[in-house]
Design a protein around this ligand. Structure first.
Ligand code: AR6
Length: 172
């Protein structure tokens, strides 16, 4: 079974085989985790994203999907970009958020990654409530991680996010 671990801090400082980016469908950068990954990872990641837009992803990456690029100067082999759903009060988009984790893990396994670091997708600029985002993240990691992925590491930016994930992880 996959090992789920929690770390508090900046995901761009982690060492892992794959680091997941909470991107947007343009794949061309933004704020939050996305901004931090491109800043610290350097221009190679953006160049790879532009190449994706110029080839298979002319219209961008759909919500709930994932795609890998180089990790540039990050301490990782791959960055897996995924597009979380924007939180909506009117519409249940949980399946799309679960899909982000599932698709990222599927691609990580295809790439032969053993360790995968995730941020709390959609819980920042996209407004997803942290407790629910943590529930979906932990449930999906438990059920969707495939060999050779051995460790799914959630890298949480602040105390509140860490506490929400810890509660889900240790819930009976
Ligand atoms: N390391 C770990 N977690 C972080 C970091 C970091 N360096 N920075 C922020 N977080 P967000 P989203 C946390 O907004 O909600 C971008 O503009 C943050 O506190 O990065 O999926 C994209 O281009 C929050 O809990 O992603 C998209 O347009 C979580 O990571 C949009 O934001 C996710 O916050 C995506 O929004």
């Amino acid at each position: 079974m996959v090992r789920i671990t929690l770390v508090q801090g900046d995901i761009t400082a982690e060492t892992a085989d794959a680091i997941v980016n909470a991107a947007n469908s343009s794949l061309l950068g933004g704020g939050g985790v996305d901004g931090a990954i491109h800043r610290r990872g350097g221009p190679e990641i953006l160049a790879a994203c532009r190449a994706l837009r110029a080839s298979h992803y002319g219209k961008g990456l759909a919500t709930g999907q994932a795609v890998a690029t180089t990790a540039g100067r990050l301490s990782a082999e791959h960055v897996i970009h995924t597009v979380g759903p924007v939180w909506s009060r009117e519409e249940d988009r949980s399946a799309l958020l679960a899909s982000c984790y599932r698709e990222s893990l599927r691609i990580a396994a295809e790439l032969g990654a053993r360790t995968v670091a995730f941020p709390a997708i959609s819980t920042g600029i996209y407004g997803w409530p942290m407790d629910d985002g943590a529930r979906i993240a932990v449930e999906t990691a438990r059920t969707a991680a495939l060999a050779p992925v051995e460790e799914v590491r959630f890298v949480l930016f602040d105390d509140r996010a860490y506490a929400a994930f810890a509660e889900q992880l240790h819930a009976p």
